[in-house]
Every structure is written in structure tokens, then in C-alpha cells.
Design a protein around this ligand. Structure first.
Ligand SMILES: Cc1cc2nc3c(=O)[nH]c(=O)nc-3n(C[C@H](O)[C@H](O)[C@H](O)COP(=O)(O)OP(=O)(O)OC[C@H]3O[C@@H](n4cnc5c(N)ncnc54)[C@H](O)[C@@H]3O)c2cc1C
Length: 493
């Protein structure tokens, strides 16, 4: 088949966080790649902020761009929960030093386009990023994978990585190839409707009285919640969540809905009375000055099967989070790391120089990625959904936990629900520099290296944390899952 571009090792479909992280990773490993993006640029001027945690930041550090990201971002200084109706301050937490001590990095947020811009700048051979290349079809064979673009161009590669988001064409094509060649390979569960309990509006807005750079604010109320984060120039990224009626809480992956104009107008007019600042300022102030607004439905899922033949899907195409906590993009980076590590492990250290990647070996490598990632992601997606239920006060129990229990928790206990999502993060292997910032909670590769030390240290930390948690929650049974865990530094796209 004439492709006109020569056979690449990796064809990446999609130039979002997943695609660009993978491009940078492959560049470092000396693997031949091309990235195909459907739109005219991988650094779109649209979108809002994105929050980053230690599990993502340490990967950016390994890729050599952490310091640029930190220089463009705003570190999280305080986390504030309000009752959005009465304006009562539920709890205010300042956790920067404890987060750094535990994980080596403090959470931060920045414009999503700024993050993508830093990633793009770090690509040496920019001709590998090809825009206006909308993929419509993918084929996988014994020896190659082929990607067909809408304009008739064909690309050939050893593998195709679908990094094309929740409405993924690569996923659809992976399913089609599998159905034709190996019926039953894709579990029925992956094709079933997915839960979609919430939608959200997001936008930027002008400064707000009483809110300072680095403040994160969550106003909670029945069936609704806001999230605000304040940038270095005092501008605000905000988002507004609402709970959908039960009849709308299930969506097909082929037809993820978008909020209608009617939904958007209804929510914009109803959110105005919510109190969002210590000075008693209302949401209507933010609506008045909003710009770059968007709206999205918020399904959540972790697919069981990520690969067939020479195709693998990563990022939102394979796992989708409620964005309240802000672990979606961080998890995309982790999944990229898992794939890079598996290619290296199974195809050998000279993977970049190997002309042909056997299909059988790829299968083993891809299966290892799934095996490593799916259980962790299921835990994380479910915890992030619990967090959404808590701030949207879905029932008396989440409301009680946030209003009455959370303020009583000692800071380390309060932070455990964040740390639990960070500490098991997958990073790039030792072909990449190890991120240097000292930290007390060991990451997986450090735990396996330093078993003796890690068991003792972590047992001590976990023991103390567990005792405090049990003490605080023993009287409310299943309360652990409603510990506060809100990012508010999280509005992208
Ligand atoms: C409101 C909101 C706030 C969020 N906040 C945070 C946060 O604070 N922290 C965090 O970690 N995560 C956050 N997330 C999640 C995060 O934004 C996503 O997990 C992440 O951006 C997904 O990246 P991706 O590259 O997998 O997919 P996408 O960002 O969807 O990128 C896919 C790319 O593929 C391209 N594409 C699609 N189809 C084709 C095709 N057929 N051919 C070629 N190209 C194609 C698209 O144009 C796009 O560029 C948030 C999400 C939302 C909705």
C-alpha cells in the first residue's frame, strides 16, 4: 500500500495531553513517530485551566518540562469549602508544605493551552506533528497498522495509539477490527452505556473580591456545586456542576451528549445566587464577566480492553474522569508512561532501532499496560465520582460528611484522600531521569527498590493516618469515601 510517508514506528492519533505526552516520551526514547491531529493546531486558543498533581508533575519533570510548567502555573495555596446557599465557610485548609513533604510537588494549575504549548515547544522535530489530519479509519494487520485520513492520505506504522479523546475514532476502529477478525475480543461491558450523572459549565472571569491567587473555592449545595481557582493575575477559572435527573444518567459512548443551549441558559440564570467568596460575593459576578466559556457532559468510565492487534487506546479514549478532582490529565500521563515502559520492557532497550515489532510481543506489552492501569483507574474514577456526590450533596450523608465531619479532620487525614490518588502513580522508567524532589510517601518504583525502608516508613505514616481516620469516622460507617477531595483547579478543554 502506497503511504507516501514511510513506515513509522508509532502513529499517534490526537494531539491533546495524551498525544503530546506520548510524543515527548517517544522523542526521548529515539522511537520514530508521527502525530496526526484533526484540528488546525495542537495548542488551541480555547479552553480554561487544568490542575496538576504530583503523579502528573513528576512525569513532566522526567520529560524535562516541569520547571516551565511551574513557572507558568499557580500553586494551590488554600482550599476553601462554602455552603453555597448560606455562605457559611465549612472549612479552609492550607496544605502546601504537607503535600510537598509527602509527594515532592505541590498541586498547581495553569491554562490548558499553556500546558500544551510547553509540550509542543519541547518537540524538537515539529514536522512530526501534522495538523488538519482527521483520521477516519484504522486497519491492523499481521505486519502493519494503517491510518486513513479524510483527505485520502494513508499512514503506515508498527502501532497506532488512539489518543483522540472520549469521542475516539481510534476506539471505534479498534472495535471494528476486533469484531471482524476476532469476535468476542471486546468485552460487552465496554460497549454498554456509561454513567453520566453530571454536566458542567466552565469559563474564565475577572477578579473577585476576597479571593487571592492560589485560592481554590468550592461552594456546595444540593444537586449543584461550583469550583473556582484564582490565577496569579487575580483572574478566575470557574466551573458550575449540576446533577442530571435519573432518566438522563446513562449515555452511549458513540453518542456522548452535549449540554443544549436551553440547559446552558437555565443553569446560567439559576446559578447567580450561589455564594462563592468569603466576602459574600455571588456567582452572578462571575457570570457577568465570563469569557472562553464552554459546557460539557461528564460521563465516567474505565474500559477493560484497550488494545486489539496493533492498535491501543490511551487517555480519555480509554478512561474518563469526573473533572472535579482534576486527575483526568494526570492519569493520561500515567497511561502514556505505562505504555512506554511496556514497549521498552517487551521490545528491548533498542526498541527505537528495531525495524519490525512482532505482533505477539505487542500483544503482551499492551496486555501489561491494561493489567497495570485498569485497577488503579477504576479506584480513582470511582473516588472522583464520590467526591462529586459529596459536594453536590446527593443525600443527607454526603452533606453531613462535608459540613460536619470534614471540618473536624486533622490536616493529614484530610489530605489522605488526595494522597491516595497520587502515591501509586506510574511514572516513566529508568531510561528517564528520576525526579529529584525529596518526599516521604514512596512511589511504586521506590517501594519495590527500598522494600525494607518503605515498609517501615509507610507503615508508620499509614498507621497514624489510619488511626486518625478510624477515630473520626468510626461512628459513621462507610464515611471514608466522602472525605473532601475537590480539585477546583480543574477546568480544561
Ligand atoms: C471541564 C474539565 C476540566 C478538567 N480539568 C482537569 C484538571 O484540572 N486536571 C486534570 O488532570 N484533568 C482535567 N480534566 C480532564 C482532562 O482535560 C482530560 O483527561 C485530558 O485533557 C484528556 O486528554 P486526551 O489527550 O486524552 O484527550 P483530548 O484532550 O480530548 O484530546 C484529543 C485530541 O484528539 C483530537 N482528535 C479527535 N478525533 C480525532 C481524529 N479523528 N483524528 C485526529 N485527531 C482527532 C482532538 O482534536 C484532540 O486534540 C478536565 C476535563 C474537563 C472536561
Amino acid at each position: 500500500m502506497a503511504t507516501g510517508h514511510g513506515k513509522k514506528q508509532v502513529i499517534i492519533v490526537g494531539g491533546g495531553v495524551t498525544g503530546l505526552t506520548l510524543a515527548l516520551t517517544l522523542q526521548h526514547l529515539g522511537i520514530d513517530w508521527v502525530l496526526l491531529e484533526g484540528y488546525g493546531s495542537v495548542v488551541p486558543a480555547v479552553g480554561s485551566g487544568i490542575g496538576l498533581y504530583a503523579n502528573g508533575l513528576r512525569i513532566l519533570d522526567q520529560l524535562g518540562i516541569y520547571h516551565k510548567v511551574a513557572a507558568s502555573g499557580q500553586t494551590t495555596e488554600s482550599m476553601n469549602y462554602f455552603d453555597g446557599t448560606s455562605g457559611e465557610l465549612i472549612t479552609r485548609r492550607i496544605f502546601k508544605s504537607l503535600m510537598i513533604k509527602r509527594h515532592g510537588y505541590i498541586n498547581m494549575f495553569l491554562l490548558r493551552s499553556a500546558l500544551l504549548g510547553i509540550m509542543y515547544d519541547a518537540i524538537v522535530d515539529k514536522e512530526r506533528i501534522m495538523c488538519n489530519q482527521k483520521v477516519k479509519r484504522v486497519e491492523t494487520t499481521e505486519a502493519s497498522a494503517f491510518v486513513y485520513i479524510e483527505d485520502g492520505t494513508i499512514f503506515e506504522g508498527q502501532i497506532v495509539v488512539g489518543a483522540d479523546g472520549s469521542r475516539s475514532t481510534a476506539r471505534r476502529e479498534m472495535w471494528r477490527n476486533a469484531d471482524e477478525q476476532k469476535p468476542g475480543w471486546i468485552p460487552e461491558k465496554d460497549r454498554e452505556n456509561k454513567p453520566c450523572e453530571h454536566m458542567c459549565l466552565f469559563a474564565s472571569a475577572g477578579p473577585l473580591k476576597g479571593v487571592s491567587p492560589g485560592d481554590l473555592i468550592c461552594s456546595a449545595m444540593p444537586g449543584k456545586a461550583t469550583g473556582l481557582m484564582c490565577n496569579p493575575d487575580n483572574s478566575i477559572f470557574w466551573f458550575w456542576f449540576w446533577t442530571l435527573p435519573p432518566s438522563m444518567r446513562s449515555v452511549s459512548l458513540d453518542q456522548i451528549p452535549r449540554p443544549s443551549e436551553e440547559d446552558i441558559q437555565r443553569e446560567l440564570s439559576s446559578c447567580g445566587d450561589t455564594i462563592v467568596s468569603p466576602a459574600g460575593i455571588h456567582m452572578s459576578e462571575l457570570v457577568k464577566s465570563m469569557e472562553n466559556q464552554g459546557a460539557t457532559a461528564l460521563p465516567n468510565y474505565v474500559l477493560k480492553r484497550w488494545h486489539y492487534g496493533r492498535i491501543i487506546i490511551l487517555g480519555d479514549a480509554a478512561h474518563l474522569f469526573n473533572p472535579l478532582v482534576g486527575q483526568g490529565a494526570n492519569s493520561c500521563m500515567e497511561s502514556v508512561s505505562a505504555l512506554a515502559n511496556a514497549l521498552h520492557e517487551h521490545l528491548g532497550p533498542d526498541v527505537g532501532k528495531t525495524a519490525s515489532w512482532p505482533l505477539k510481543t505487542l500483544n503482551t506489552a499492551f496486555a501489561a499496560v491494561e493489567e497495570l492501569r485498569v485497577p488503579r483507574l477504576e479506584f480513582m474514577v470511582s473516588r472522583c465520582q464520590d467526591a462529586m456526590h459529596m459536594v453536590a450533596w446527593e443525600g443527607w450523608f454526603p452533606q453531613f460528611m462535608l459540613k460536619r465531619v470534614a471540618p473536624l479532620l486533622p490536616l493529614p487525614t484530610f489530605l489522605n484522600s488526595y494522597s491516595e490518588l497520587i502515591v501509586d502513580g506510574v511514572a516513566l522508567n529508568d531510561r528517564f531521569p528520576r525526579a529529584a524532589a525529596p518526599h516521604e510517601w514512596l512511589y511504586p518504583e521506590e517501594r519495590s527498590e527500598q522494600m525494607g525502608y518503605s515498609v517501615g516508613t509507610k507503615a508508620g505514616i499509614f498507621g497514624a493516618a489510619l488511626a486518625a481516620t478510624v477515630f473520626a469516622l468510626s461512628f459513621v460507617g462507610n464515611g471514608w469515601k466522602y472525605l473532601p477531595i475537590t480539585n477546583l483547579s480543574a477546568q480544561g478543554i
